[in-house]
Design a protein around this ligand. Structure first.
Ligand code: FAD
Length: 184
């Protein structure tokens, strides 16, 4: 959306560091988006377990195959790290919020590294989990016959909304990698 020669009554104008204020609000919602990936990932894990109990491969239930155990073990590790990063982001947000001057502190920080990392990591690890999960159902994983097809699409949104990964990577670089003196 763009406006040209658009007159705004003085009383309606918003003042202050707009982009910084937006970043402050996104700290909470990016963490919340990341946590949705944890929930979707757990649901995928549980569906895989249910399916593997009934699916027979090479004369035995899939759940008894070491390859299945390896995949589910990998998923569990990813879920654990995803959840821990969400907790870290929540803790940092709460620490600032419960401090003496949260408004000034949030303004100073702008976008929080922990919240960006939570959304990016949960989106990426969650996508790997959705990929593994959908593949486990074979051709059924591609269809909309089972919940896995929808869960795969649900997971996709984590890496898109409130800043796609290309944008958040750039933000992390400019806010946390570039030396302080050179930051814009
Ligand atoms: C399920 C869902 C819910 C949503 N809910 C809301 C909502 O409630 N409110 C709302 O306002 N919006 C919402 N959105 C919109 C969402 O925020 C945008 O889709 C998202 O920010 C990406 O913007 P875009 O679609 O314009 O893609 P684009 O920004 O056009 O991205 C297209 C491509 O360009 C790349 N790209 C873009 N910018 C850069 C850059 N700076 N550097 C490098 N590469 C770049 C991207 O990585 C991508 O590959 C929602 C989207 C989805 C999917």
């Amino acid at each position: 959306v763009s406006f040209e020669d658009c007159r705004v009554p003085a009383g309606n104008a918003l003042h202050g560091p707009g982009i910084r204020l937006l970043e402050m609000a996104l700290n909470a919602s990016r963490t919340l988006i990341a946590t949705t990936a944890v929930g979707v990932a757990k649901r995928i894990r549980d569906l895989c377990m249910d399916y593997a109990e009934t699916k027979i491969a090479k004369g035995a239930p899939l759940v008894d195959h070491p390859v299945f155990a390896g995949k589910l073990g990998q998923i569990e590790m990813q879920i654990e790290v995803m959840a821990n990063q969400c907790r870290a982001a929540g803790r940092q947000f709460d620490t600032i919020m419960n401090g003496a001057d949260p408004a000034t502190e949030f303004l100073r920080h702008g976008t929080l590294r922990s919240a960006l990392a939570a959304k990016m990591f949960c989106g990426q690890a969650g996508w790997q989990i959705a990929d593994t999960g959908s593949q486990m159902f074979g051709g059924l994983g591609y269809t909309s016959e089972l919940p896995i097809g929808k869960l795969l699409r649900d997971m996709r949104y984590v890496s898109i909304v409130e800043g796609g990964d290309d944008v958040t990577r750039d933000l992390l670089f400019n806010r946390y990698v570039v030396p302080v003196a050179k930051r814009c």
